[in-house]
Design a binder for this molecule. Structure first.
Ligand code: ARG
Length: 578
C-alpha cells in the first residue's frame, strides 16, 4: 500500500517522464514547508529541466497540465511556484474518505510494504559474563522499535540477540562456579548478582596463579566440547539469560530465547572463515596475528589498519564471529541486516562489511547497515555512571523509573486507586525512559535526566500519554456514537489535524527506511500539538450542530487511534486514564 506521499511522488514522476521523455524522473515530493505552498510540494522538476537544458517553470507548467488532465482524485489543485516547484493542494473529499477508511479499518491504516523483505535485526546483544547495564539501553530500545516498525509493514523480521557467551572470560567464570557449586539449588543464589560474581572470579584470576591456569584450561576444555565444562557453562549462561529476560520483561521488549544468535553459535565456522580468507589471498601475518588489510582503511599516520581475525595463540576474535554471521545471513537469504550497535563500533562494522564483500561472504543482494547510536551521558557530561563510578545496572535504573513515576502520579492524581497508580507508573516510567531515548537523533549522545524525561511538558512520554488520555476522556463524555465518520474540515485547524493524522504511514515507512525513530516521535509530538490547537478553537462537545459534533468526535477518535498506533510502534503502552 502506498502512503499519500508515495502516491503523489509516483503520479508526478510519471507525468514528468511523459513530458520530458526522460526515464529517470524523481518528483521528489515532500511535505510542504509552509501552508501557503499547499499540502505537499514536488521539488524534482528543476533537476530534470537542467539536464534537458530547458526552462524549469515551463516544464513544471506542462507537468501540471498533464496532471490536471488526468484529474486524480487526491489532488484538488496544483500551481507552479518559484523557479519550478509544484505546489500540491489535496482535495478535502479525498482527505475525508481516507480518514473514514482509517477509522473503519484501524489495523489496515498503516498498510504493508509492496515489497516485503527478510530483515535481520541484531540488537540488545549484551555480554553474558556480566549484567546488563545502561550501555545496553539504547540498542535494546531502538532495536525493538525498529523491529516493531518493520513487522508492522509486513517484513519478515529475524531478531538476532548476538549475546557474548564465548571467549576467555567464561573460563574464569565457570572455574569459579565449579568450585563454589555445592548443589544445584544454590546456583540461582550464587549468581543472583552477576557483577559480584564476576568481580570475585576476576580477583581470583588476577591474584591466584593456580586459578588462572585452571581458567585457561577451562576455556580449552569448553571449546573442545568437554561435557562437564559445557554443562557448567550452560548453567551459567542460563542464569545470566534469566537476568536479561527480567530486564526485557520490565522494558516490555519483544526479545525471547528464540531470538538468540549467540557468539558460540559460530564456533565451528571460525576456522572455515580463516581458511576461506586464506584461499582468497586476503590474509597477512602481522606480529603473529592473522589480519586482513584493505586499502580503504588507513590510520591517521597513513598506515593500513588491520582487521585482526586470529590472534597469535590461535584464538579467534569478535570480528571472526561477525564475518561468520554475515556469511550465514547471506545463506539465509536475508535482504537487509541491521546492526543496532554503539557508534564506537563503527570502524569494526565498516571493516567487517568490507572484508565480507571482498571475500565473497556477502554480495550486494544483502544490505549491511550499522545502525549506530551515541552514548548516554550523565549530568557531568561523561558517560552515565553510578555515584561510585560503576556502570548503572539496567534493572535498577528501570525500577527507579517506575518508582519516580509512581511518586509523580500519586502527586498529580491522588484520586486514582492503588492498582491504577501501579499501572500508570509502569507505563509512564518505562515509557519515559524509552521515549527520552527514541526522541533523540540516535547518532548523538544525550544526557540522562529524570526531570526532563518525566516532565509533562515538551516532547516527552508523559506529555504524549497525557494527550492520548485526554482525548479518550473527551470521548467518554461524548454522547453515544455508533459509527465515527468525519464529514467536514471547514476550519483550518481541523483540516491541518486531519491531514497530519493521514501522514502516519509515510512517517512509518521513513523510519523503516532510515532507522531514525525520532522521526516518529517528532511526528506524534506535532500531531498532539495540532490536536491541542484544534481543541482550543473548534468546540467539540459543545459544537452547536450535531453533524459537526459527530465529525469532530470522529476526528478526535482518529487522533487517539493514530497516537496509539504510533506509540505502540515505539513500544509504549497508552493509558485510558492517568
Ligand atoms: N556483545 C557486543 C557488546 O557488548 C555487541 C554485539 C553486537 N553485535 C554484533 N554482531 N557484533 O559490545
Amino acid at each position: 500500500m502506498e502512503s499519500i506521499k508515495q502516491q503523489l511522488n509516483s503520479a508526478v514522476s510519471e507525468a514528468m517522464a511523459v513530458i520530458s521523455g526522460s526515464s529517470d524522473c524523481n518528483a521528489n515530493v515532500v511535505t510542504a514547508s509552509k501552508p501557503e505552498f499547499g499540502d505537499y510540494q514536488a521539488n524534482g522538476v528543476m533537476a530534470i529541466a537542467k539536464q534537458l537544458r530547458t526552462n524549469p517553470r515551463a516544464l513544471a507548467q506542462q507537468v501540471v497540465e498533464h496532471l490536471e488532465a488526468a484529474a486524480l482524485s487526491p489532488i484538488d489543485r496544483l500551481e507552479v511556484a518559484g523557479p519550478g516547484f509544484i505546489n500540491i493542494h489535496l482535495a478535502d473529499s479525498y482527505l475525508l474518505s481516507e480518514a473514514n477508511s482509517a477509522l473503519q479499518n484501524p489495523s489496515q491504516f498503516i498498510g504493508t510494504s509492496d515489497s516485503p523483505q527478510k530483515i535481520a535485526v541484531d540488537y540488545s546483544s549484551p555480554n553474558l559474563a556480566k549484567e546488563m547495564h545502561v550501555g545496553h539501553l539504547r540498542g535494546t530500545i531502538i532495536g525493538d522499535c525498529l523491529v516493531r516498525v518493520l513487522e508492522k509493514l509486513g517484513h519478515e523480521v529475524v531478531r538476532q540477540n548476538h549475546v557474548g557467551d564465548w571467549g576467555t572470560q567464561f573460563g574464569m567464570l565457570i572455574t569459579h562456579l565449579r568450585e563454589l557449586e555445592s548443589d544445584q539449588a544454590e546456583l540461582g543464589t550464587q549468581l543472583e548478582d552477576l557483577e559480584v560474581f564476576y568481580r570475585e572470579a576476576k580477583e581470583r584470576f588476577d591474584n591466584d596463579a593456580e586459578f588462572a591456569t585452571a581458567s585457561r584450561l577451562a576455556v580449552v576444555k569448553l571449546q573442545s566440547g568437554d561435557p562437564e565444562y559445557v554443562a557448567a557453562w550452560e548453567q551459567f549462561i542460563d542464569e545470566s539469560l534469566k537476568h536479561c529476560e527480567a530486564v526485557y520483561k520490565k522494558l516490555a521488549v519483544t526479545l525471547s530465547r528464540d531470538d538468540l544468535d549467540a557468539e558460540s553459535r559460530y564456533n565451528d565456522d571460525l576456522s572455515l572463515i580463516i581458511s576461506d580468507l586464506e584461499s582468497k589471498d586476503l590474509l597477512t601475518e602481522s606480529d603473529g596475528a592473522r589480519c586482513v588489510f584493505l586499502d580503504q582503511f588507513k590510520g591517521k599516520d597513513g598506515d593500513l589498519l588491520p582487521l585482526i581475525v586470529q590472534k597469535s595463540d590461535g584464538g579467534y576474535l569478535y570480528s571472526t564471529t561477525d564475518l561468520a554471521a554475515v556469511r550465514l545471513r547471506m545463506a539465509e537469504n536475508i535482504h537487509r541486516s541491521l546492526y543496532v550497535v554503539d557508534a564506537r563500533q563503527s570502524l569494526h562494522f565498516q571493516q567487517v562489511f568490507a572484508v565480507a564483500l571482498e571475500a565473497g561472504f556477502a554480495d550486494d543482494s544483502l544490505s549491511l547497515e550499522h545502525i549506530a547510536y551515541g552514548t548516554i551521558m550523565g549530568s557531568d557530561g561523561r558517560p552515565f555512571k553510578t555515584r561510585s563510578g560503576d556502570s548503572v545496572k539496567l534493572e535498577d535504573l528501570l525500577d527507579e523509573a517506575v518508582k519516580r513515576a509512581h511518586d509523580l502520579v500519586s502527586e498529580k492524581n491522588p484520586a486514582l486507586t492503588a492498582d491504577e497508580k501501579t499501572r500508570v507508573a509502569q507505563s509512564v516510567g518505562i515509557g519515559a525512559v524509552k521515549y527520552a531515548d527514541l526522541s533523540k537523533n540516535r547518532t548523538s549522545d544525550y544526557v540522562f535526566d529524570w526531570n526532563t524525561m518525566l516532565s509533562f511538558e515538551g516532547n516527552t512520554a508523559p506529555y504524549m500519554l497525557y494527550a492520548y488520555a485526554r482525548i479518550r476522556s473527551i470521548l467518554r463524555k461524548a454522547p453515544e456514537v455508533t459509527a465515527f465518520a468525519v464529514s467536514g474540515v471547514a476550519e483550518t485547524k481541523e483540516r491541518a489535524l486531519l491531514l497530519k493524522n493521514l501522514q502516519l504511514p509515510e512517517v512509518v515507512s521513513a523510519v523503516a527506511q532510515d532507522c531514525f525513530p525520532n522521526q516518529l516521535c517528532n511526528y506524534l509530538y506535532e500531531l498532539a500539538g495540532l490536536f491541542m490547537r484544534f481543541y482550543e478553537v473548534c468546540p467539540v462537545l459543545k459544537a452547536e450542530d450535531t453533524t459537526i459534533l459527530q465529525s469532530r468526535l470522529a476526528l478526535s477518535q482518529l487522533t487517539a487511534q493514530t497516537l496509539q498506533q504510533g506509540l505502540d510502534l515505539l513500544g509504549i503502552e497508552t493509558l485510558e486514564k492517568m
